[in-house]
Design a protein around this ligand. Structure first.
Ligand code: AMP
Ligand code: MG
Length: 338
């Protein structure tokens, strides 16, 4: 299949909408990462997403909408907590999980009784949802397991020949996927950290629980609330290890391994003392820049032939928790102290 490369002109957005309406797959820009979209109400179209990504069948998708009222047809009931979160954070990088309505195909939720919904803030994403005229199921537009794409070029590298079109909407502003919160239990629970921080959620809801699977490996066979958390994820081809320590300790640690042909993933402004090739991902305290640049840095390391990559450990609060969560999985939970 020839993959069309579209932009955000009115004509191209109309074209993307037509393709989606016809059951085709289209990669779209969002403020978090690029998404691989299909008509969420068409089980066959959604099956195409799993095939194109080679995504495990038990990993559910997020449904993207452009009008808050659409939740009334997707969720069985819209709770007061959900309304408060929608008012505070939509459009934006927050995904909310509640029991699903009958019109949502099983395959979207991978058979779970719930469905995850988000209203993106990216203007092009929203224009495409309107043009399609249906809610769009859209996971990240990468091959399953690899770093999520934050540019149209990275989508094309993973998906050309597998999908009908890619819409180029520029670089993603947030750079890590949405925060996922479940409102199905007694206490609202963050299943995946993202662009909206736990503190922001607490300001609206009061108490919020954080699933401990966010920062620890799962036990063999463990049942987990967010199936996406159990897979090897976000990983480049290079073997990644997270290194805790200040700039000097990090440099000493990687320089001591220069003979082994290692590469460093360092913070901006902390590369002077490095005697090994490096990529960077934002300054040490700039959590937003780290989120924006993380996935591209991992992919760049692969482009440059890295086989062993030592990554400076990010701060783990605020948006940093999302960055740390992704990096831990990219590193298969290998963390060392410098
Ligand atoms: P991605 O679309 O690649 O960002 O992945 C979506 C994430 O949301 C995965 O980690 C899923 O496990 C999670 N998710 C989506 N729907 C649900 C749901 N109904 N219940 C729990 N987690 C979900
Ligand atoms: Mg993903």
């Amino acid at each position: 299949m020839d993959t069309l490369h579209l932009t955000n002109t009115t004509d191209d957005i109309t074209k993307a909408g037509q393709l989606l309406k016809a059951g085709e797959l289209v990669a779209i820009p969002t403020e978090t990462v690029y998404g691989l979209a299909a008509n969420a109400l068409d089980a066959q179209a959604v099956a195409g997403i799993f095939a194109a990504k080679e995504r495990p069948a038990d990993n559910p998708l997020i449904v993207h909408i452009d009008d808050k009222d659409t939740v009334y047809s997707l969720w069985e009931t819209v709770t007061e907590e959900a309304k408060a979160l929608m008012d505070a954070f939509w459009p934006g990088p927050l995904t909310i999980i509640l029991p699903r309505a009958a019109c949502v195909p099983d395959i979207v939720s991978a058979g779970l009784p719930t469905v995850a919904v988000r209203m993106p803030s990216h203007e092009t994403a929203r224009a495409i949802i309107r043009a399609a005229g249906v809610p769009l199921a859209a996971p990240s537009a990468n091959r399953s397991g690899s770093p999520s794409p934050t540019t149209a070029a990275r989508v094309a590298a993973d998906m050309d020949g597998r999908i009908a079109a890619v819409v180029d909407g520029g670089d993603c502003e947030v750079g890590v996927e949405s925060t996922v919160i479940s409102l199905c239990g007694e206490t609202p629970t963050v299943l995946r950290p993202g662009g909206i921080t736990p503190a922001q959620l607490e300001a609206v809801l009061g108490t919020v629980a954080i699933a401990d699977s966010i920062t620890r490996p799962l036990a063999e066979g463990e049942v987990v609330a967010s199936p996406g958390m159990k897979y090897k994820h976000y990983a480049p081809r290079a073997q990644v290890t997270i290194v805790r320590g200040d700039a000097a300790a990090f440099a000493a640690y990687v320089n001591a391994r220069a003979d082994e042909g290692v590469m460093a993933m360092a913070f901006d402004g902390e590369t002077q003392a490095l005697n090994v090739p490096f990529v960077t991902y934002g300054a040490r305290e700039d959590r937003d820049a780290q989120a924006r640049e993380l996935f591209e840095a991992l992919r760049l390391a692969d482009d440059r032939g890295a086989t062993v990559l030592y990554a400076a450990c990010p701060p783990v609060d605020g948006v940093g928790l999302a960055v740390y969560n992704r990096l831990l999985r990219a590193a298969a939970f290998r963390v060392v102290n410098a």
